[in-house]
Design a protein around this ligand. Structure first.
Ligand code: GLU
Length: 304
């Protein structure tokens, strides 16, 4: 497969979409990003790297961090995790309060904010130094010590995190948060503030494409069966209230974030990360989604 040629073709074909969508303004620091950035990095399971555009520039991975926190928590609790959070698409916006109240404090899935806050709670309970240990876990995936939190982004979100505070309080009222609301939210905001380049993101998430073995030392962190389950969750719940559309157009499991990043995997073939800050109305990167649609069209490979 000539990925270099395919990425060049994609770069040309997404140009007409360069001004579509808007940069997220829900977190002040993120609204300051140059909207015209575009980067893509693809790493095959044979560890061949292909990239284009601003693929070596750091961006805020935001909700993409939820697949990493879930993977870490899955190591501690295994299947017991599902007693506290479900595995169904929510069909609602990612920060919706109503469904959580109606369903008595059990979030639909780990990728909506309520679910990710429960996962954050599990990590706070199980880690000695939650923020440091989580960062080490992430750094170890791609053996990349330059991966870090962006404190400005975390604090900027903390100032306006009223809905997440509301979700955490509802969870607490139903007994589905074991630690203090403040402590869990602090961890959650830092987790979301992690910055990576497309290359670092693709290499960190390589284990989803490689049956649970990491890019760094081919170290097994989850079993093949666990990876199958996490990939299934990404397929059905990874793209906010647009997961169906993403499956229809792209045909790969993955996860997006409001920083404009998308990570997607083709099991046993590759992990790919894109970054372009302009988002559509559902919160997914316009150019990122288009680029991935072109990728599966041009390669004639998707999971379907
Ligand atoms: N930190 C953001 C929030 O909780 C993440 C949003 C996202 O990327 O979906 O609202």
């Amino acid at each position: 497969m000539n990925y270099d040629q395919i990425l060049k073709k994609i770069d040309k074909e997404i140009k007409p979409f360069a001004n579509e969508g808007n940069v997220s303004d829900s977190i002040h620091e993120l609204a300051l990003i140059n909207p015209s950035k575009f980067g893509i990095h693809l790493v095959t399971t044979e560890k061949m790297d292909y990239s284009f555009g601003d693929s070596n520039e750091k961006f805020s991975i935001q909700s993409i961090s939820k697949v990493l926190s879930l993977s870490y928590a899955f190591q501690f609790l295994g299947e017991n995790i599902w007693s506290r959070v479900g595995v169904e698409p929510s069909g609602n916006p990612f920060n919706s309060l109503a469904q959580l109240e109606y369903e008595k404090g059990k979030p639909r899935n780990p990728f909506i904010n309520a679910g990710a806050i429960v996962i954050a709670d599990i990590l706070v309970s199980n880690l000695k130094n939650p923020k440091n240990d989580f960062l080490s876990f992430v750094r170890n995936l791609a053996n990349c010590n330059s991966i870090d939190f962006n404190e400005k982004v975390a604090l900027s979100e903390k100032k306006v995190g009223f809905r997440n505070a509301a979700l955490a309080n509802i969870l607490k009222s139903f007994g589905n948060l074991k630690n203090g609301v403040e402590e869990v939210l602090d961890f959650y905001f830092y987790q979301c503030s992690i910055e990576m380049t497309c290359k670092e993101l693709a290499q960190s998430c390589y284990f989803f494409a490689n049956g649970g073995n990491t890019y760094s030392q081919n170290q097994r962190i989850l079993t093949e069966s666990q990876i199958k389950r996490l990939n299934a969750l990404m397929q059905t719940c990874g793209f906010y209230d647009e997961s169906g559309e993403f499956a229809y157009k792209v045909g790969l499991p993955g996860k997006s974030g409001i920083g404009g990043g998308i990570m997607a995997i083709h099991p046993q073939k590759y992990c790919v990360a894109t970054w372009s800050p302009r988002l559509n109305l559902k919160g997914n990167s316009v150019m990122g989604m288009k680029a991935l649609e072109l990728l599966t069209t041009e390669t004639q490979m998707s999971i379907f």
